[in-house]
Design a binder for this molecule. Structure first.
Ligand SMILES: [Zn+2]
Length: 457
């Protein structure tokens, strides 16, 4: 133990009270009815940062909910670390499923129950309290520290990209450490080192200039539903692999440690299909095969399809158009624009004569996030987790998309290390969200060692 860790242990009860106060603010970002509470939460974060000793703390407008930016850069020669987190939370609904009110935090069995406590108020408060412990004991930090806390993460961070671009000089840093994210499983320490990117498309095929009577024109008029489904079916081969030329040509190989994690993760394939309520395929793929597909293989999925009559009963119509919504999850090395172009070329090539094709993109998409396996801050973080959790963490990937990895890499040229002490079983986004107080205690020690070792690294 050292002075900082002693201080954190001695002030644990106070830290938990601060976390409870934070959780009493219903900072739901998606619903305008909570706008005052969002403001209150940004103010709460700014006050805690000022109290922790940050000489510069500012609430900055973004066009949506504000970000809180704090800077404490008084350690010449030491690296600059930017901490990311968010103060907004998911809506608490359905309210009747909560055992205690979502914004009246309560401790039961060494767990604190409240909306937002695990995602991300508990994990976010940890580095703030650690900064305060350094101020109280040493009067200074071992690193230069910046903190950015946004209020729109739970509604898709619509203003974060532009805000980071605008503030890029003030946010300049050597590495970003995210207090948001989650360990994959409670019994298995893990570090998220990769996640898939995304691109979204809408494909429309048009036939005749108007809807046609299927008796008078059936067999002669063009049917865009028939054309569309045949075109869509050609995007995968018989095994379900994407069959688009140029789709993954530029994909780069993953961190070999992720393959090790897949092997040691012991993923149960039968339980997986049972869990989603789908029939088990025969033969059943191995757990390794399923995790590889979720983490390391790019996908092309159909999310919606429409055309013609959708009401009750029948209507004898040949529709003038049909369309489908597609999203692709991308791996490292794939460019969203190039993937969209490859799919468009494929669809143009298989478009039957007599039809018109339109492919529209929704949003700019995002590249996959993949950490450099040799990043020193990653090694430091892994060592600390190994010491505190009793086992070296697995390097895991995520099938879903984490846009912040791409945002900070593009605007700041900085890698992001996920150092969150929430666990994915803590029911965030669901009723009875909780945060393990044991994770809170471990997180405080872990972040204090992270600051210390990044400073002396
Ligand atoms: Zn979060």
């Amino acid at each position: 133990m050292n002075a900082v860790e002693d201080w954190l242990a001695a002030h644990e009860a106070e830290g938990i009270e601060t976390l409870k106060a934070f959780c009493r603010i219903p900072s739901v970002s998606t619903d305008p009815a909570f706008a005052d509470h969002i403001r209150a939460a940004s103010g709460f974060v700014a006050d805690r940062l000022a109290e922790a000793g940050f000489p510069a703390v500012e609430i900055i407008e973004t066009g949506g909910h504000p970000v809180v930016l704090a800077e404490w850069c008084e350690t010449p020669g030491a690296p600059t670390v930017l901490v990311y987190g968010h103060y907004d939370v998911q809506p608490p609904d359905p309210l009747d499923k909560w055992h205690t009110a979502p914004f009246e935090p309560e401790v039961r069995d060494d767990r604190l129950y409240a909306r937002g406590v695990s995602d991300d108020k508990g994990p976010l408060l940890i580095p703030v309290l650690v900064a305060r412990a350094f101020r109280a004991t040493a009067g200074r930090l071992p690193i230069n520290l910046k903190v950015i806390v946004e209020g729109e993460e739970e509604s898709g961070s619509p203003h974060l990209d532009a805000t980071v671009a605008r503030l890029k000089d003030r946010l300049a840093c050597d590495v970003v450490v995210s207090a948001d994210g989650a360990m994959w499983r409670a019994d298995l320490p893990s570090m998220t080192v990769a996640s898939r990117g995304m691109v979204a498309l809408e494909v429309t095929v048009e036939g005749a200039g108007k809807d046609l009577h299927s008796g008078r024109h059936g067999g002669t008029g063009p049917n865009p539903i028939r054309a569309l489904v045949a075109m869509l079916a050609s995007l995968h081969d018989a095994e379900g692999k994407v069959a688009v030329k140029g789709f993954a040509d530029t994909a780069t190989p993953p961190d070999p440690a992720i393959r090790d994690a897949i092997r040691s993760a012991d993923f149960d394939p039968g339980g997986y299909f049972d869990g989603i309520g789908a029939a088990r395929p025969d033969p059943l793929p191995s757990g390794e095969e399923l995790l590889t597909r979720q983490w390391l293989i790019p996908t092309l999925e159909f999310n919606g399809i429409s055309g013609g009559y959708q009401g009750a009963g029948t209507k004898t119509v040949i529709p003038a158009s049909a369309s489908a919504k597609i999203t692709c999850r991308l791996v490292a090395g794939q460019e969203p624009a190039a993937v969209a172009a490859a799919i468009t070329r494929h669809l143009e090539r298989v478009l039957p004569t007599g039809y018109r094709l339109t492919v529209r993109r929704h949003g700019p998409g995002s590249r996959a996030f993949a950490l450099d396996p040799g990043l020193p801050a990653l090694r430091v973080a892994e060592d600390i987790l190994g010491e505190l959790l009793g086992a070296a963490p697995l390097r895991v990937a995520m099938g879903a998309t984490i846009p912040i990895g791409d945002i900070f890499a593009r605007h700041l040229g900085a890698s992001i290390v996920f150092f969150s002490f929430s666990t994915s079983d803590e029911d965030y986004h669901a009723p009875n969200e909780f945060f393990r107080l044991s994770s809170f205690r471990t997180g405080l020690i872990a972040w204090s060692r992270l600051f210390e070792r990044l400073g002396h690294g």
